[in-house]
Design a protein around this ligand. Sequence first.
Ligand SMILES: [Zn+2]
Length: 75
Amino acid sequence: MKFFYLSSNPNKDGLHEIHDRECEYIPSSYERDYLGPYNSGKEAMRKALTIRNGVALCKNCCSTTVHSIISDLSE
Ligand SMILES: [Zn+2]
């Protein structure tokens, strides 16, 4: 179980990135929303999508590919 956070500021692609608590790229406490404890970034993304329209997994701490996430969510 990891603790996930959602960046309040969009990245260069206009997406809010999801990070786990240990990530070196996690935004400061003033620039992130706490998502909760999840087994994977993919589970955290389901929660994040209820907060923001455009979200993405951080490539550093969430290694699952974006393509597989989109196909899973559309089922
Ligand atoms: Zn990260």
